[in-house]
Design a protein around this ligand. Structure first.
Ligand code: ZN
Ligand code: ZN
Length: 257
């Protein structure tokens, strides 16, 4: 079995110091490929450098909506340049976070649009972060209708209606360990609705450890096996069949075939 963790932050402090152990445990668990996501101005080169050390490790680069207010025009130029690297398979995460509101909403929208323009120009798929801003996020994406190679809504925990709106637009949906949480009935319902050719799995580590290891800190890619097992269960299929299908979907999405 060979799963892909389609969204992790392996350069974050909690994981980078033990990266060889993190990668070894991941492979042992059947998670043999990673898209590590860089989010901070000035630290994106380090993400590419890490991917150069490991086979089957790729990068997605962007500036998190939290940091939108500190992103300069030079930072955006850097992003555009770095995204041309062979190891970069997506732009993002980018989007809107109106839950924390760490950056003014208008600034978040402007920086989001700048990312979408880069994704369009470089013909790269884009990873979307959206929290308490679903409608506004869809509105901005709609401005780029027909211009983006592919879109995934990451760490998805939307309602049935939101799931439908995402699928209608042809986007992909990616699930974290949230789908394993006892109270996350709605998210499991969403996982049921999303067809396998649009569904991906991620840890978003070092955050969000899945049940039954929910208290483990930091979360790491090896733990994604629990999330995959839960979704396979929801879809009433074997873990092996599920893994094969979502791995194919992920490879297609990120152009890893
Ligand atoms: Zn995110
Ligand atoms: Zn993330």
């Amino acid at each position: 079995m060979k799963l892909i963790d389609t969204h992790c932050h392996l350069t974050f402090d909690d994981l980078k110091d033990d990266i060889d152990g993190v990668v070894a445990r991941s492979i042992e668990a059947g998670v043999c490929s990673w898209v590590t996501v860089g989010t901070e101005p000035g630290r994106l080169e380090g993400v590419i450098a890490l991917t150069d050390r490991f086979e089957n490790m790729y990068a997605a680069l962007g500036y998190h909506p939290h940091d939108a207010k500190s992103v300069s025009d030079d930072d955006l130029l850097d992003l555009r340049k770095l995204c041309a690297n062979d190891k970069v398979v997506a732009v993002g995460e980018t989007g809107l976070d109106f839950f924390y509101d760490y950056s003014p909403r208008q600034v978040q929208k402007d920086i989001f649009r700048a990312h979408l323009k880069i994704a369009e120009d470089l013909k790269l798929p884009v990873i979307i972060h959206t929290r308490n801003a679903f409608d506004e996020t869809m509105d901005v994406l709609d401005e780029y209708k027909g211009r983006l190679k592919d879109v995934v809504i990451h760490c998805f925990s939307g309602t049935e209606e939101q799931t439908r709106l995402v699928l209608d637009r042809g986007y992909h949906v990616s699930f974290t360990g949230i789908v394993t949480f006892k109270k996350a009935k709605e998210t499991r319902q969403a996982a049921k609705m999303v067809p396998l050719d649009r569904l991906m799995v991620e840890t978003d580590c070092p955050f969000i450890s899945p049940v039954p290891v929910r208290n483990q800190r930091p979360c790491e890619p090896a733990l994604m096996i629990h999330t995959a097992r839960k979704i396979a269960e929801v879809k009433e299929m074997s873990l092996e069949d599920f893994a094969e299908k979502v791995t194919e979907t992920s490879k297609k999405f990120f152009g890893l075939l």
